[in-house]
Write a protein that binds this ligand. Structure first.
Ligand code: HEM
Length: 217
């Protein structure tokens, strides 16, 4: 086995363990009765925080590959994205079950009337679409181009999640701004990488046409 495949095999269970640690910690806090005076709010906020963190971590994988040159990093992107979806589901489930007691009418009114819930819903719908289409078989089914186009929506989710957080808090809050700043930096990295490729392709095309012109002359 080559060293890269070995590294990935060793790292995968460790990444799973690290990704499940926040869940284990939540159970531990619950067992110790440490959810504070409002357990529903505690679980909701805790899971929301981890959903946004995993979303940003998953988005950081491509820049990490670009900066380190380690292509194996890409083998962790789907896994980390699915953990973001998992914590987002936990977050929304806690809202539906512990905050709203499955009052679907009130939940629907919340989605329509409270802007921060509308934005959260947008992020969740996107994460759901990305999770459902994440298996390799779906890439084949949708076609590589369509799949890539759909998965670009992750950037909309990465912006919507901190906006949802920012709108939910009253007054000036630094935490959602930090998440928003990280999402913005990751987006800027992608945009810069695309521009670099664009200019490289243009430069190569013009060099080729100059060479062809010189040969013809
Ligand atoms: C239908 C979708 C969603 C609903 C109904 C929803 C609902 C909520 C609610 C009720 C709160 C807490 C409000 C409070 O305590 O006063 C909240 C906070 C939050 N949500 Fe969501 N949310 C949704 C989607 C998402 C998604 C997809 C993410 C992340 C990817 C997310 C991340 C957060 C974060 C980070 C917070 C703040 C946690 C904190 O205060 O530390 N939410 N959301």
């Amino acid at each position: 086995m080559n060293t890269d495949a070995h590294r990935i095999r060793v790292l995968k269970p460790l990444v799973h363990l690290a990704s499940l640690a926040p869940l284990a910690w939540l159970f531990w806090l619950g067992a110790q009765g440490q959810f504070g005076p409002n357990p529903a709010e505690f679980i909701n906020r805790y899971s929301g925080d981890w959903a946004i963190r995993f979303l940003l971590i998953a988005l950081a994988v491509t820049p990490l590959r670009g900066l380190t040159g380690w292509a194996g990093a890409m083998r962790f992107r789907r896994m980390l994205g699915l953990y973001a979806f998992f914590y987002a589901l936990l977050h929304v489930a806690s809202y539906v079950a512990l905050d709203q007691y499955f009052a679907w009418g009130a939940i629907w009114q919340d989605i329509l009337k409270r802007n921060y819930i509308t934005v959260g819903m947008l992020a969740l719908v996107i994460l759901t679409a990305l999770a459902v289409t994440s298996p390799k078989a779906m890439v084949k089914k949708l076609g590589g181009r369509n799949w890539t186009r759909l998965h670009k929506l992750v950037y909309v989710a990465a912006i919507a999640a901190p906006v949802h957080f920012f709108m939910m808090r009253k007054g000036f809050q630094i935490e959602p701004l930090i998440y928003g700043g990280i999402a913005g930096a990751l987006l800027a990295y992608r945009a810069a990488a695309r521009l670099r490729v664009h200019f490289r392709v243009r430069a190569a095309a013009s060099a080729a046409s100059e060479e062809a012109g010189a040969k013809a002359a």
